[in-house]
Design a protein around this ligand. Structure first.
Ligand SMILES: *Cc1c(COP(=O)(O)O)cnc(C)c1O
Length: 412
């Protein structure tokens, strides 16, 4: 293969947004309008999410972390209640449980896909049952990279154990899971999960600057999430408890009145963000198709580097929109450390990233739960490296990255 000079093109980060003129026009239109927040763009964005996911309700919020926090709060965890979270995920999945007062039970993952499948969930439940602790209340599967585990099987095990299923789909807007009947359904459709959390951070498939959302088919959960998103405040007359304060002598509602039956947050999202999100949602199919095309091209261009370099295991249970393109690399076999590979790629104008340091290894969680042995997570973590993947990339960018990686690994 050809030698790669350091300045062969613009720097390729591991992920970034693709903003086009119509996105800019959509945001500008909101800035000229009457509502900067809690206006029509928020409602329109929520409707677009319902359409894309086929869920009954979508609740847009400040970011994906806020979405996970709201979902965890809506579970009404008592102190000590436990929630299963796969260790190979971003910090926020586990932190949501802690912030809502629960305890985290870290689950292992399949060493080649990074996904918590049924065996790893069953193992986590067994360990948890044998250890002291509060009741197990929920499980938070993560659709890592945009793939998903066998969701019907996970949901069946969760239901059998009386656990609420909340999926972290921060990577998976536009991805589909395989339903029990063999057909695929949009992730976030609410058929198998109580709530699904999304993120619209610029590295994710749809960009809002900061932004997140939950989808659910449960009417009560939807109301609860809306309430928690805005201070725990209730504006619907029928929900008011203090009827004497709420209504005038003639029985009409006092125009200033609002009520707070529980404590909540300000996790609202602006119309500015939602205008961008709505404009981007119109491109979801195109962005997802482009990500799939680029991932397939990477697979082909890197095939010659096997067995030193392999794509992660493809899940038969899903059609991924590929938020990231992670590889499994035998760094010892290649005789070069991951840090050196990243540094040399960077020198060639190529960003890369590790998704993720298993969360159970973080000092906070080691202090709380001690040293856990999760060999699948360990094996996945030691080998993984994500290469650039975003909708604005072209085939030639993939070829350039593949050639640079071959060169760095001494196989160029
Ligand atoms: C990005 C991400 C989050 C958090 O989303 P933010 O919008 O950045 O707060 C949560 N979980 C996973 C798996 C993520 O990748």
């Amino acid at each position: 293969m050809r030698k790669i000079a350091p300045s062969q093109g613009p720097f390729l980060p591991y992920g970034r947004q693709l903003i086009e003129e119509d996105d800019i026009a959509a945001v500008t239109a909101v800035l000229r309008g009457d509502w900067l927040t809690t206006g029509p763009a928020v409602a329109a964005f929520e409707r677009a999410l319902c359409e894309a996911t086929e869920a009954r309700h979508a609740i847009a919020c400040a970011n994906g972390t806020a979405a996970l926090h709201l979902a965890a709060l809506a579970l009404d965890l008592a102190p000590g209640d436990r929630v299963v979270v796969p260790s190979v995920t971003f910090l926020a999945t586990a932190n949501a449980v802690r912030l809502a007062g629960g305890e985290v039970v870290f689950a292992d993952c399949d060493a080649d896909s990074g996904l918590m499948e049924v065996p790893q969930l069953a193992e986590a439940l067994e360990h948890a049952a044998a250890a002291p602790g509060g009741p197990l209340k929920a499980v938070f599967p993560v659709h890592l990279t945009g793939q998903c585990a066998d969701l019907p099987a996970l949901a069946a095990l969760a239901a059998e154990q009386g656990l609420t299923l909340v999926d972290d789909a921060a990577h998976a807007i536009g991805s589909r899971y395989r339903a029990a009947d063999g057909n695929t359904k949009p992730i976030g459709d609410g058929r198998l999960s109580a709530m699904t959390a999304f993120s619209f951070h610029p590295v994710k498939t749809i960009a809002m600057g900061e932004g997140g959302a939950l989808t659910t088919n449960d009417d009560n959960l939807a109301l609860r999430l809306q309430r928690l998103r805005s201070h725990g405040m209730v504006r619907e007359e029928r929900e008011w408890q203090h009827r004497d304060l709420a209504f005038d002598a003639d029985g009409s509602a006092n125009p200033w009145y609002y009520e707070m039956p529980e404590v909540g947050l300000n996790y609202r999202v602006t119309d500015i963000q939602c205008a961008l999100g709505l404009s981007q949602m119109k491109k979801l199919k195109r962005f997802a198709a482009q990500r799939r095309r680029l991932a397939d091209r990477y697979d082909r261009q890197l095939a010659g580097l096997a067995p030193l370099v392999r794509p992660i295991a493809r899940s038969a249970s899903s059609e991924a929109a590929w938020h990231i393109y992670p590889l499994l690399i035998d760094f010892a076999g290649a005789g070069i450390s991951r840090a050196r590979v990243m540094a040399r790629l960077k020198a060639a104008g190529i960003g890369s990233q590790v998704h993720y340091i298993p969360v159970h290894m973080q000092p906070y969680y080691r202090r709380r739960y001690g040293d856990l042995d999760l060999p699948g997570a360990q094996a996945y973590y030691e080998r993984t490296l994500s290469l650039p993947l975003f909708a604005g990339m072209e085939d030639s960018d993939v070829d350039r990255v593949a050639a640079a990686l071959a060169e760095v690994l001494g196989r160029g």
